[in-house]
Design a protein around this ligand. Sequence first.
Ligand code: ADP
Length: 159
Amino acid sequence: MKEKIAVFPGSFDPFTLGHENIVQRALVLFDKIIIALGENSSKKYFFDIEKRYRMIHNLYKDNSQIEVDVFKGLTVDFCKEKGAHFLLRGLRNSSDFNYESTIAMLNNKMGGGIETVFLITDPGLSFYSSTVVRDFLKAGKDCSSFLAPAVWKEILNEV
Ligand code: ADP
C-alpha cells in the first residue's frame, strides 16, 4: 500500500505545544509527517530559519516517523516533490476556519487533489499561539509553559 505522507506547513515562529499536540495526534493517521518550515523572503520572522529548524529538529530527532524540512514557494509544489498527498493543519477558532478553508480548496485544485486534514485544537491549548509567545518573549516573560522543554532550551540559548 502507498505510504500516507502528510506535510504540516507553517511558520512555527516558534513551534508551540499547540503545534506539538497536532503532530502527536496526527501520528496515528499518517505513516510520515513532514513538518515544513515556510521560508518567505518578504516576511519578517522573530527567529531565523536555522533557529526554527533546530528547535523542531531537536524535538523529533529520535522519531523516524517525523521529518523536518524547509521550503520556499508553493506548498503544493513542495508536497509533490515529497510525494505527499495530504496537508495537515490545526483549527483553533472560526477565524482559523475561514482562512484555512479557502486555502484548502485552492490547494486541492492547484495540487491535483491534495487533501487537507484538519485537527481541532485540544481545548486546553486553544489560546496557545506563536504570536502570544513572541509578545511574551519580547516582554522578558518565562514562556516555558507554552513550549516543549527542547524548544524552550533552544530559545534560552539566544534570548
Ligand atoms: P502559519 O504562518 O502557516 O499560520 P503557524 O506556525 O502560525 O503557521 O501555524 C501552523 C498551523 O498550526 C496552523 O494550521 C495553525 O492553525 C496551527 N496551530 C497553531 N497553534 C495551534 C494550537 N494552539 N492548536 C491547534 N492548532 C494550532
